[in-house]
Write a protein that binds this ligand. Structure first.
Ligand code: XCC
Ligand code: SF4
Length: 625
């Protein structure tokens, strides 16, 4: 085997990735894998979390020789503060995305824009009623204004608890209350974390981490949940349908546009623009057969869940998608967009455009999106892409692999409707053991792992054990490329789960959306708990993020645990330098909240750990193991 091919094989499980990695190396394009090599080995102080840069008496790093920072902080305080700020970054990301959704919804409700509208009015009214807003005899816009205000309140500091806390089963809520971690306003919790972790504030590691739980709960049950619910209201609640995945979704004879980032506010308008007949004929005049839109990462998940737009790839495929040489334009909003994309794009005819004032990239063109000009800006972007088509160098184009089909669109509403209108059949299946439990596998890629090896194998191992898997975020792409998001994949599942899936014509792995859509999993878990009259932590559930990299993923894991869901991670966050913090994460939280973290890089061993946990929960409920 040639060296280049062998190297590529070690980096990813996928053929499309390997072919592109070889091309990148021929084309002289540097990727995340190359840069990881140059960054290795990583700094041990940073890796274990004992390096503090919080004030200018330092920076300090803890070692045997110097066990305290200049101020006297020990490794526990330093690790807890660093991790608290890490979680704050993740909570801020999702929640600011949620806030942008509220602003769009607010603009619609106040008739300040004609570029967006309410697509799912029934859902809007249902949630308004859930929030205690009067809907009888009032216009939809009037209700929408109240709902927008209600959601904005969940970000401020006037509330005792964020709005959706009322969805949490009472036993879990009582635990939060006893621990003093009921989430109040999202912004308040994040600000308080920054305050607590200033030099000379919260100098008790456990106390800092308890606030971390509260802040992450604010993300899960407010920032992210609001983002999901409002995106459904604005763009439609997903229902099951088919789509496609991998780099094969790019088309050689079309203008190819990629959308990357997280917020559907931008990508939904781009989707409208690519369907504009005038723009389609402009593309034809330039020699293309049409305009092809594909997604990356979570913006891709949003478009695929609601509109069936194909998905080109996940986090580690974003550079490689450009290496095809077939992409005219990559439009980004925010989060998880590697700055290297600017350089990779420059190696080809690809143009990179940023759209959010809060996420600009030196070297990329900026086309600002706002509520009133979004439609116009989206058309401008599509024109830009079309005009680049003639610049494409056909000799440098290589689109690998045929796309793989998948089924997507499993919102909570869609799951309930697939079950015939209530969750009872699912509850019965869990009780009888035909479905032994459910695991949400979520999150990212990280070049420290063979790309998608853990994501894919953990998913396969769990369904074999009659455990239903739910995927969101970048794991979706792994499951999709592996053929697991198809009803026919029931043949890879254990006999009992397989039978249930066949009867319902659903895949054994359900795609529930993007990373903010992990809030759908929270909601499903609380509905199940309520149905059974128990707490979330009593259910045979788990979560996992095998190849995570981002602050957001750590925040998601933390709100999952705080909500009562046992959570597996492929590798620990940078906390191992403190025994207090590590013990709390791996054990202490179990006593406090009925769930904790576990760490295991090997997906086969991880499946066993998760299985054991599910069996334990089943036994405690008096169900067959
Ligand atoms: Fe980002 Fe959401 Fe992770 Fe993927 S899964 S790498 S966070 S895009 Ni959220
Ligand atoms: Fe050093 Fe303390 Fe300042 Fe951190 S806060 S840099 S440990 S003196």
């Amino acid at each position: 085997m040639a060296n280049r091919e062998k190297e590529a094989r070690e980096k990813s499980v996928w053929e499309d990735a390997r072919i592109m990695l070889e091309k990148a190396s021929r084309d002289g394009v540097e990727t995340a894998w190359d840069r990881l090599l140059k960054q290795s080995p990583h700094c041990k102080f940073g890796e274990s979390g004992v390096c503090c840069r919080i004030c200018t008496m330092g920076p300090c790093r803890i070692s045997k020789k110097a066990p305290l920072g200049v101020c006297g902080a020990d490794e526990h305080v330093i690790v807890a503060r660093n991790f608290g700020r890490f979680l704050a970054g993740g909570a801020a990301g999702h929640s600011d995305h949620g806030r942008d959704c509220i602003e769009a919804f607010h603009a619609v409700a106040n008739q300040e824009t004609s570029d967006y509208s309410i697509t799912d009015q029934d859902k809007m009214l249902r949630i308004a009623r859930e929030m205690g807003i009067e809907t009888e005899g009032r216009s939809a816009l009037r209700v929408a204004r109240d709902l927008a205000d209600e959601f904005l309140e969940s970000f401020g500091s006037r509330r005792e608890e964020v709005a959706f806390v009322r969805r949490v089963p009472s036993v879990q809520r009582k635990k939060w209350k006893d621990l003093g971690i009921v989430p109040r306003g999202v912004d308040r919790e994040i600000t308080e974390m920054m305050h607590r972790t200033h030099m000379g504030c919260d100098n008790d590691a456990t106390n800092t981490l308890l606030h971390g739980l509260r802040m992450c709960l604010a993300d899960g049950w407010a920032g992210s949940m609001i983002a999901t619910e409002l995106s459904d209201i604005l763009f439609g609640t997903p229902t099951p349908h088919m789509s496609k995945v991998n780099l094969g979704v790019l088309k050689e004879d079309h203008v190819n546009i990629l959308v990357h980032g997280h917020n559907p506010i931008v990508s939904e308008k781009v989707l409208e623009a690519v369907q504009d007949p005038e723009l389609v004929s402009r593309a034809r005049n330039k020699g293309a057969k049409g305009i092809n839109l594909a997604g990356l990462c979570c913006t891709g998940n949003e478009l695929m869940m609601r509109k069936g737009i194909p998905m080109a790839g996940n986090h580690l495929m974003t550079e490689l998608a450009i290496v095809t040489g077939a992409v005219e334009l990559i439009i980004v909003d925010y989060q998880c967009i590697m700055p290297s994309l600017v350089q990779v794009a420059k190696c080809y005819h690809t143009k990179m455009v940023t759209t959010a004032d809060k996420a600009r990239f030196t070297g990329a063109e900026h086309v600002r999106f706002d509520m009133v000009s979004a439609g116009q800006q989206a058309r401008k972007l599509v024109r830009m892409a079309i005009d680049r088509y003639p610049l494409r160098n056909k000799d440098r184009v290589l689109i690998p692999s045929e796309p793989v089909e998948l089924m997507t669109g499993f919102s909570v509403e869609a799951i309930i409707s697939a079950l015939g209108g209530s969750l009872s059949p699912l509850v019965d299946a869990i009780k009888s053991g035909r479905i032994r439990g459910a695991v949400g596998i979520v999150g990212c890629n990280n070049p420290k792992y063979k790309h998608d090896y853990c994501n894919l194998n953990l998913t396969r191992e769990l369904i074999k054990r009659d455990i239903l898997v739910i995927v969101t975020g970048c794991v979706t792409v792994a499951a999709g490329k592996g053929g697991l998001l198809l009803p026919e994949a029931s043949k890879y599942a254990g006999p009992n789960l397989g039978e249930v899936c066949e009867a319902l014509k659903i895949p054994p792995v359900l795609h529930m959306g993007s990373c903010v859509d992990n809030a759908r999993i929270l909601q499903l878990a609380s509905l199940l708990a309520n149905e059974l009259g128990v707490s979330i932590s009593d259910l045979p559930l788990a979560a996992s993020s095998p190849e995570w990299y981002s602050e957001k993923a750590a925040t998601i894991g933390t709100y999952a645990v705080a909500s009562g869901i046992f959570t597996h991670l492929g590798h620990p966050p940078n906390i191992t330098g403190s025994s207090v913090v590590t013990d709390l994460a791996l054990k202490g939280l179990d006593e406090l909240l009925g769930a904790c973290f576990c760490i295991e890089p090997d997906p086969f061993k991880a499946a066993k750990l998760i299985d054991a946990r599910i069996s334990k929960k089943r036994a405690a409920l008096g169900l067959s193991v």
